[in-house]
Design a protein around this ligand. Structure first.
Ligand SMILES: NC(=O)c1ccc[n+]([C@@H]2O[C@H](COP(=O)([O-])OP(=O)(O)OC[C@H]3O[C@@H](n4cnc5c(N)ncnc54)[C@H](OP(=O)(O)O)[C@@H]3O)[C@@H](O)[C@H]2O)c1
Length: 287
């Protein structure tokens, strides 16, 4: 990994001809599962000339295990003594603690005017975060998801912000929504992740019941879903729909399976599960 200067200036000049000389210090308050995935993704861009490739990364010391692991593995990453040091030294502060910890963690931290704040906190509206990080005025909500460690998957932003979009743009499929309510709906829809794996595991278990070794069954099923995901994403990028009927033969096996599930209301149940997820969230932002 190439050496990086210890501190960068706060200015961001976007697409200026001198942009390759700009370094950005991005600090994470909360170094848990999601921060590790995001930092891992960011570090894969270190040899590149995009904004994310020119970052110095500061971490709060909790969790101790994750922050030490990342700092030891990458020279662009530094574990700070505390949250105050992260905020003092960062151009962009990322809030990545649990929602219930947010108010207590941000209280008294030295946020400053002109500083950008990125919030990963699920369910915390922009205005409520702004009140906690004043006098910093710029707050952008970002929903990254675990595949960001491979620079894959959706990265949702609200509101749009050129610098934050540049920072996260190389880390997956950037989706900038126009209303905060859209970001909330996307956050609820992302709660299908564990069910997705439950479906995969059910197919893997069925293959095992037919005598396949677990490793063989798992590689087959996970690769199948990943490949189908690539096809679907390619269609979405082209603005094309995916018609399930185009992925089955009339009278064939796929049609048999889909008709069985549709006849039992299985697909309708997915919509109802999303309704239940939405209802499970205590408050919804306006927008
Ligand atoms: N994981 C996801 O897929 C995902 C997706 C979208 C959004 N989010 C949002 O991202 C945020 C982080 O989620 P996560 O999954 O990364 O949670 P997590 O693994 O629990 O990480 C939270 C981290 O905050 C640390 N922490 C606790 N108190 C702190 C303090 N006073 N100062 C600094 N750090 C402190 C914890 O350290 P200790 O371990 O030492 O307590 C922990 O490492 C949440 O708000 C969540 O809603 C997560």
């Amino acid at each position: 990994m190439s050496a990086v200067p210890s501190r960068c200036g706060p200015a961001y000049t976007g697409g200026s001809p001198n942009a390759d000389r700009i370094m950005l210090t991005i600090g994470f308050v909360g170094t848990g599962i999601l921060t590790e995935a995001v930092v891992t993704g960011l570090l894969q861009t270190q040899s590149q000339q995009d904004l994310a490739g020119r970052c110095r990364i500061l971490l709060s010391p909790r969790s101790e295990a994750v922050s030490r692991r990342l700092a030891q593995a990458h020279e662009a990453v530094e574990r700070c003594a505390g949250n105050e040091e992260v905020v003092e030294r960062s151009d962009v502060v990322v809030l990545a603690v649990l929602p219930k910890q947010l108010a207590e963690v941000t209280a008294g931290l030295p946020f400053r005017r002109g500083q950008r704040v990125v919030s990963f906190i699920a369910g915390a509206p922009v205005d409520s975060v702004k009140a906690l990080v004043a006098p910093a005025e710029t707050v952008v909500r970002v929903i990254p998801l675990p595949p960001i460690r491979f620079r894959k998957g959706p990265v949702v932003l609200y509101p749009g912000n050129e610098m934050v979009e540049d920072l996260f743009g190389g880390l997956g499929e950037l989706i900038v929504v126009e209303r905060e309510s859209e970001l909330a709906a996307i956050g609820h829809a992302s709660a299908v992740m564990s069910s997705h794996y439950e479906v995969q595991n059910t197919v893997i278990g069925w293959l095992q019941s037919r005598g396949l070794a677990e490793a063989t069954a798992a590689l087959y099923v996970r690769s199948l879903f990943a490949g189908l995901g690539e096809l679907g994403l390619d269609a979405a990028r082209k603005g094309e729909p995916v018609d399930p009927a185009h992925h089955e033969t009339a009278g064939g096996l796929n049609e048999c399976g889909r008709a069985y599930l549709a006849g039992r209301g299985w697909f309708d149940e997915i919509g109802k599960a999303l309704d239940a997820i939405e209802a499970h969230v205590p408050s919804k932002p306006k927008g």
